[in-house]
Ligand binder design. Sequence first.
Ligand code: SF4
Ligand code: SF4
Length: 263
Amino acid sequence: MHDLPCSSPGPGGDAPDCRRRAFLKVLPAITAGAASLAALPAEAASDNAKPHWGMLVDARQCIGCQACTVACIMENVVPEGSFRTVVSTYAVTTGEGAAAVTGTHVLPRLCNHCDNPPCVPVCPVGATFKREDGAVLVDGERCVGCAYCVQACPYDARFINHHTGKADKCTFCSHRVEAGLLPACVETCVGGARVFGDLNDPKSEIRRLMADAQDELKVLKPEQGTRPQVFYIGLDDRLQGKVDGTQTPALSGLTWQPKSHGG
Ligand code: SF4
Ligand code: SF4
């Protein structure tokens, strides 16, 4: 059994070393002005008989309980210290001086199953690929563990599994989806913050919710041109670009910094 993360390693990041409650007391605040990135996700595909899987995360519904994190670890036998999904926790300050108010914001994270995934072309043996149904997967038989894809991902969504020596990441629980089940994180989410479904089906719940929240939809790091298929509602602008995978000074306001990949 893995310890429940107190907060915020990236999906490919290292293990936490504190309990959440204690950690929240020392959260550094993000006080920089909002980096408003207005770019919206690519248009959802039109009606199409074949599914194109995606996820919608409603950050307003997430209570940061990490039930999804634990469910994923158990379902996918993720090695200790590594994560395929995790909920990062940030302190965000609004206003200045005496009027400043600091609140806690959460950012559920996983592989974005990008439609233009930079992890795919760098693989020298064709082990990383995007399937027709939208899932970006790793063929463990082919993977040689070179970690080029880990380096190429701007979202820190991959790691080298120290048990298998292969690249590892979220698969959208493809084994469950193929059996007609929901991904484990979706099934477990107590707040109903994660909605999984077919982006090609205009009648699907995910399409309906995305249409309802059209003006609020965000993806992480839209400027990277990766066309993520994980969409967010209720995400603070200041968190939209603040995910690991690109170490820049702008990240210094995060509550955590992974020290290594894959534990
Ligand atoms: Fe690849 Fe990273 Fe995009 Fe996932 S989030 S498809 S690992 S680039
Ligand atoms: Fe390809 Fe595996 Fe190397 Fe990633 S670690 S680039 S999947 S061979």
